[in-house]
Design a protein around this ligand. Structure first.
Ligand code: OAD
Length: 247
C-alpha cells in the first residue's frame, strides 16, 4: 500500500477527522505565504511581522490598513484550489473539523463546514483599542477599501481587522474548539503550515499525544515533521488530489 492509499483508507475508515491548514494551503491559489518564498511576502520591503502587531497599528494605523487593503486586493483575485474543494467535500461528513490559520476566507468561500478560524478573518473588522472581551464584529468585503483607515459604521471610531496579531491572545472560545477537535480526533492532517507559530502549532503535538494518527502535507520539512506519524512531502493540491483519486 502506498502512502496515499493508506491515507485514503484512513479517511474512509476514521470517524473523527481534524485538519489544520496554514498559508501553504492557499499558495497554489496565489496567496503569498508568510515565511519563505523570497520577496513575495514583503510589502514595500516590510515583513508581515513588522505590520501585524498592535504596536505597529498604534503607531501608524493608516500604514497597517494600506497593507491589509493590498492583501485584500490580492486575495479577492484568488480562487479556492482543488485542495480547498476536496476538504470542503470531506467537511460534509460528521466528525470533521477544519482549523485554519488562514485569514483569507478561501475555505469558507467553497462552502467548507465546521471551520475554526484560528487567527480571524481579513474580511471582518472590529473596533480598535476596545477592551471588550466579546467585541462586535462586522463583515466588510470592500475591495479596495472606500476609506483608509476604515471606521466603525456605528461609533465612527477607528476599526481594525478581526485578526489575531503577534503578541495578542486568541479568543478562548476558539482555542477551546480547536483544542477539543485536536484532542478528540482519530486522524489529524496538518497541511501547509511551517508549524512555527504557537499556539496553532501545539495542536499537532496535542493530536499526537491524544493518540490520533497524524499526517503532515508540506513540500518542506518543518518542526512537526519529526513528530507526525507520516510525512507527505508534496504540495497541498498534488497530495490532496492524489488522495481524492484513491477514495
Ligand atoms: P508560513 O508562511 O509560516 O508557512 C507556509 C508553509 O507552507 C511552509 O512550511 C511551506 O513549506 C508550505 N508550503 C508552501 N507552498 C505549499 C504548497 N503548495 N502546499 C503545501 N504547503 C506549502 O505560514 P503559516 O504556517 O500559516 O498569522 O503561518 C502561521 C501564521 O503566521 C499565519 O497564520 C500568520 C503568520 O504570521 C496571522 O496572520 C496571525
Amino acid at each position: 500500500m502506498t502512502q496515499i492509499e493508506l491515507v485514503a483508507e484512513k479517511i474512509r475508515s476514521t470517524p473523527n477527522i481534524t485538519v489544520l491548514t496554514g498559508a501553504g494551503m492557499s499558495a497554489e491559489s496565489g496567496v503569498p505565504t508568510f515565511r519563505g518564498g523570497g520577496a513575495d511576502n514583503l510589502w514595500n520591503g516590510r515583513r508581515p511581522e513588522e505590520l501585524a502587531n498592535p504596536d505597529a497599528f498604534q503607531l501608524d494605523p493608516k500604514l497597517v490598513w494600506k497593507w491589509y487593503d493590498w492583501r485584500r486586493q490580492v486575495i479577492a483575485k484568488c480562487q479556492p484550489n482543488e485542495g480547498h474543494l476536496f476538504l470542503s467535500t470531506l467537511s460534509r461528513h460528521e466528525g470533521f473539523t477544519l482549523i485554519t490559520q488562514n485569514v483569507d476566507g478561501l475555505h469558507e468561500r467553497c462552502g467548507t463546514m465546521n471551520v475554526v478560524c484560528f487567527h480571524g478573518s481579513i474580511w471582518e473588522m472590529k473596533m480598535a483599542f476596545d477592551s471588550n472581551p466579546e467585541p462586535r464584529v462586522w463583515r466588510n468585503e470592500e475591495v479596495p477599501l472606500n476609506e483608509i483607515p476604515p471606521l466603525c459604521p456605528v461609533t465612527h471610531k477607528l476599526a481594525r481587522p478581526n485578526i489575531v496579531w503577534f503578541g495578542e491572545p486568541i479568543d478562548p472560545k476558539v482555542v477551546g474548539k480547536a483544542t477539543r477537535a485536536a484532542s478528540s480526533c482519530d486522524l489529524f492532517i496538518t497541511i501547509g503550515t511551517s508549524a512555527r507559530v504557537h499556539p496553532a502549532a501545539d495542536l499537532i503535538e496535542l493530536a499526537k499525544a491524544s493518540d490520533a494518527f497524524t499526517i503532515e502535507i508540506n513540500p518542506e520539512q518543518t518542526p512537526a515533521s519529526g513528530l507526525v506519524d507520516m510525512v507527505i512531502q508534496a504540495a497541498a493540491v498534488e497530495a490532496l488530489s492524489a488522495i481524492k483519486a484513491k477514495l
